[in-house]
Ligand binder design. Structure first.
Ligand code: UDX
Length: 445
């Protein structure tokens, strides 16, 4: 099938390459000239395991091409995926200006029956909004259908999530569009394509939920908000563990043995960040309040998370007393391992707070090498974890990169001025660090 994907961020690029790999003819378009030039020479502008290799393979085979010309992409495709950014406005409401712009262009360029698939995470009712804008901008009567097909990919695991999803959600009011979408995703649904055959993650068959567009839009928001709620819940229990002398690791394990609860997304730490959870929980809360349905749980989930990252600062005060003039090494800038994404990362909020309190902060991350624009310019980027720790009064682990699990902590203890560690992800071994002579503080342990 002939597919156009508009927007080459995480979602658009991974969707495009996945559809190309299963045999479709895909044009990925983006107005960002730099991104398209990079993609045209086989380079991926984001850090995502396995993505570059598969982009190159499909570019070389001619299954995928990259262009800045949105009109060209629309005219030469039957199915158009919209995967442009919907960043939050200060109210929490998503900014739909890029999406509206794309809908206008589709209206202006439509030259035959098209299926317009929305992959961006959008407020409830956006499918209807896109339909209206396309119609208003059409100067012919070609028909089209709208589909809501949310993406559930996780950064760092995006390629596998696209090829081996736990479910596909197709929301549309058109039977014709639903049938074509099922055909488009046929190889994924049946797990019948070369990449799957070569990969151990292969599933039996992927469940497909067919629903209306509004329910489909809500599934995405409600799923992310539920996962964020699990984390805020367990973080609140971790905080209680510290007060009463319980151990969150045992508590979580004990809870998770009940399969109705499970252990996934129950890791206590310094809270959630990234490009999805913060934006989506806020947006769902906004919608729930806008419609008068109430958003008490969602608002509490956000509140707990906003406080959680600063627990680390409180622990630093407990260990160091006055923070002014202390040297603090921070390990990890990305919001989680295996990505270079620093959007809403707890790390930057913590670093900025330490700097505000007068500390000297050195930060190291295995892949984030560019200075994030929202990080206070006082922080120094160290070239390795040992340089960051040299003469430090405190080491704070913020992101659980594998590299940090295997550091030479004996050496780190020797080079630090005072052996204090805060493990914001409970990923280091408390006993061995304590035996080595570190003052160790985790979260709820
Ligand atoms: C998330 C959803 O998982 C994905 O389905 C959706 O499409 C996009 O949003 P992502 O933002 O890539 O994906 O990251 P994820 O792995 O879900 O982690 C989100 C945040 O929760 C991270 O900050 C992570 O550190 C935190 N987290 C996760 C915890 O604090 N504890 C956990 O147990 C799990």
């Amino acid at each position: 099938m002939k597919v156009c994907v508009i927007g080459t961020g995480y979602v658009g690029l991974v969707t495009g390459v996945c559809l190309a790999e299963i045999g479709h003819n895909v044009i990925c378009v983006d107005k960002d000239e730099k991104k398209i030039s990079l993609l045209n020479i086989g380079k991926v502008p984001i850090y995502e395991q396995g993505l570059e290799e598969i982009v190159r393979k499909n570019r070389d085979s001619g299954n995928i091409s990259f262009s800045r010309d949105v009109g060209y992409g629309i005219k030469n495709s039957d199915i158009i995926f919209i995967s442009v950014g919907t960043p939050p406005l200060s109210t929490g409401k998503p900014d739909l200006s890029s999406l509206d712009e794309v809908a206008k262009l589709i209206g202006k360029s439509i030259n035959g029956y098209k299926i317009v698939v929305n992959k961006s995470t959008v407020p409830i009712g956006t499918a209807k909004r896109i339909k209206k804008i396309i119609k208003e901008n059409q100067d012919n009567d070609h028909s089209f259908d709208i589909v809501s097909n949310p993406e559930f990919l996780k950064e760092g695991e995006a390629v596998d999530d696209a090829f081996f999803p736990e479910r596909l959600v197709i929301g549309s009011e058109s039977k014709k569009a639903i049938d074509i979408m099922k055909e488009l995703y046929g190889p994924i649904i049946n797990q019948d394509f070369d990449y799957a055959r070569a990969n151990s993650h292969k599933k039996e068959k992927v469940p497909v939920l067919i629903t209306d567009s509004t329910s489909s839009e809500l599934i995405k928001y409600a799923s992310n908000s539920f996962l964020a709620s699990k984390i805020s819940f367990i973080n609140e229990i971790a905080n209680l563990c510290e007060r009463i002398g319980a151990n969150i690791l045992d508590v979580t394990y004990g809870m998770g043995l009940d399969t109705r609860i499970g252990t996934r997304f129950m890791k206590a730490g310094i809270g959630w960040g990234g490009s999805c959870f913060p934006k989506d929980v806020r947006a769902l809360s906004y919608t729930a309040e806008e419609y008068g349905a109430g958003a008490n749980i969602l608002n509490a989930v956000i509140h707990v998370n906003n406080q959680q990252r600063f627990k680390v600062v409180q622990k630093a005060m407990d260990l160091l007393g006055i923070i002014d003039d202390k040297v603090i090494a921070v390990l990890g800038l990305s919001f989680k391992p295996n990505t270079n994404d620093t959007r809403e990362t707890p790390s930057i909020a913590i670093i900025n707070k330490f700097l505000e309190l007068g500390a000297e902060v050195r930060v190291y991350d295995p892949v984030v090498k560019e200075y994030p624009s929202d990080m206070d310019k006082g922080a120094v980027m160290a070239s390795d974890p040992y340089k960051a720790s040299d003469k430090a009064d405190l080491l704070v682990l913020v992101t659980e990169w594998d590299e940090f699990l295997n550091l030479d902590y004996g050496k780190i203890k020797k080079i630090m001025r005072s052996p204090n560690i805060i493990d914001g992800r409970n990923c280091l071994c408390k006993k061995s660090l304590t035996d080595m002579g570190f003052n160790y503080k985790g979260i709820g342990i």
